[in-house]
Design a protein around this ligand. Structure first.
Ligand code: FSX
Ligand code: SF4
Ligand code: F3S
Length: 404
């Protein structure tokens, strides 16, 4: 494990110095910078309008930001998402880019050793460190449901986050309560903002969130002492300004009325739209549809055939039942280009489908209802294991699949 986890003591190095000392290749660092650029193509000063080489050049001169990471009521998924990259070298690199001074889950020490490491890290870097909070904070019954070294989580938060330069609430739990706050909320779970609304706090919700959003925020702060622009929920706009539904690769199926009716049916196997399975993409803001997890294409909920549960939205995930269909509140806003629907399956080309969806959306103000009329997907008997268009398999109410 990285040596910074043994406790706060050393003079902080620049990222370049650290990477050189640890023998991290320039190539690996450039790969990291490229991933950061994919996560934040706009709206983040350290990546804005730059090449990977320029990003690496700028970041290399940044002093590794000291980070103190607190874990409260959580599943550790937020830590896992940071470290479970598809390239083990990258996880190692991430821990070299930031100076992780304290992290209960990752450090070897426990008990007294851990308590002392925390106290030392806080006093050494007081007023300069970034406090990352993972997990919600229990407030019911004076916070008795979670204690660290005999102190309620609320007290630890007030102490450690209170002395930080900036606070990042990572995950939906730390942002606003998340899973622990779901009805009946036995512990009175809240997010960091609920307990210290006056502090400088960035919320990075998601269950779990994309780790590069965290790294982008932390590194920008280390570079310039500034935070990226935030939205009304204190989420960085560079990562949460887009609607899943508007950027979804299954959007052409939504506009064409091709909906999965049950898991494993024909449409599910063919990658149709998950709206009728309760997909909350139309009401959810996050970058998952274009910035996938673990650096692997298609690794995100909808990419692997599961509906979006709206994990980045305070009023949706763990509040609205998973299979409840959301209302389409806003006029259809089709993406500029569609992912193709397999050409052999349709009598309508992807481009035509897109144009029709666009036109209908603009005319009717509700592309969903109108565009269902354009579903013309014939059976594709070349699909292995597919015995033909069977209404039972497709489920009741499936859109027509006429021969073109
Ligand atoms: Fe919560 Fe993070 Fe969900 Fe889990 O720890 S945001 S339960 S993914 O991991 O806090
Ligand atoms: Fe994608 Fe969900 Fe929208 Fe369908 S409803 S297009 S699966 S975001
Ligand atoms: Fe969460 Fe939906 Fe993305 S569930 S991870 S916001 S696709």
């Amino acid at each position: 494990m990285v040596d910074s986890l043994i406790g706060a003591s050393r003079v902080l190095e620049t990222i370049d110095e650290r990477l050189m000392r640890c023998g991290v290749s320039r190539r690996a660092f450039l790969q990291f910078c490229s991933s950061l650029m994919v996560a934040a193509p706009f709206g983040l000063a350290i990546t804005d309008k730059k090449t990977p080489e320029e990003v690496a050049h700028g970041l290399g001169k940044v002093v590794r930001p000291p980070v103190i990471w607190l874990a409260f009521q959580d599943c550790t998924g937020c830590t896992e998402t940071l470290l479970r990259t598809s390239h083990p070298d990258l996880a190692d690199l991430i821990l070299n880019v930031v100076s992780l001074e304290y992290h209960e889950t990752l450090m070897a020490g426990s008990g007294t050793q851990a308590r002392e490491a925390l106290a030392e890290a806080v006093s050494t870097h007081a007023g300069k460190y970034i406090c990352v909070v993972e997990g919600s904070i229990p407030t019911r019954d004076n916070g008795v449901y979670m204690k660290l070294a005999g102190r309620p989580a609320m007290e630890v938060l007030a102490d450690v986050a209170g002395k930080a330069a900036a606070i990042v609430a990572i995950g939906s739990c730390a942002s606003w309560g998340g899973i622990p706050s779901a009805d009946p909320d036995p512990t009175g779970a809240v997010g960091v903002v609920d307990l210290m609304p006056e502090k400088t706090i960035v919320n990075i919700p998601g269950c779990p969130p994309n780790p590069y959003t965290l790294l982008g925020v932390v590194l920008q702060y280390a570079d310039s002492g500034t935070l990226p622009e935030l939205d009304g929920e204190r989420r960085p706009k560079f990562a949460f300004d887009r609607n899943i539904h508007d950027q979804c690769p299954r959007r052409a199926h939504f506009d064409a009325g091709n909906f999965v009716k049950q898991y494993g049916d024909y449409g599910h196997r063919e990658g149709w739209c998950l709206y009728e399975m309760g997909c909350k993409g139309p009401d959810t803001h996050a970058g998952c549809s274009t910035r996938h997890f673990n650096e692997i294409p298609d690794v995100w909920p909808i990419g692997i055939g599961a509906p979006c549960i709206g994990c980045t939205e305070k009023s949706i995930a763990f509040r609205v039942p998973m299979f409840q269909v959301v209302q389409i509140h806003t006029p259809a806003n089709p993406p500029e280009t569609y992912a193709p629907i397999n050409a052999p399956q349709g009598g309508i080309s992807p481009l035509a489908t897109g144009l029709v969806g666009l036109a209908v959306g603009a005319l009717a103000g509700a592309g969903y209802v109108a565009s269902r009329k354009f579903s013309k997907v014939p059976a594709d008997e070349s699909v292995p294991g597919f015995g033909g268009p069977d209404e039972t398999e497709r489920g009741p109410g499936a859109g027509p699949r006429d021969s073109a």
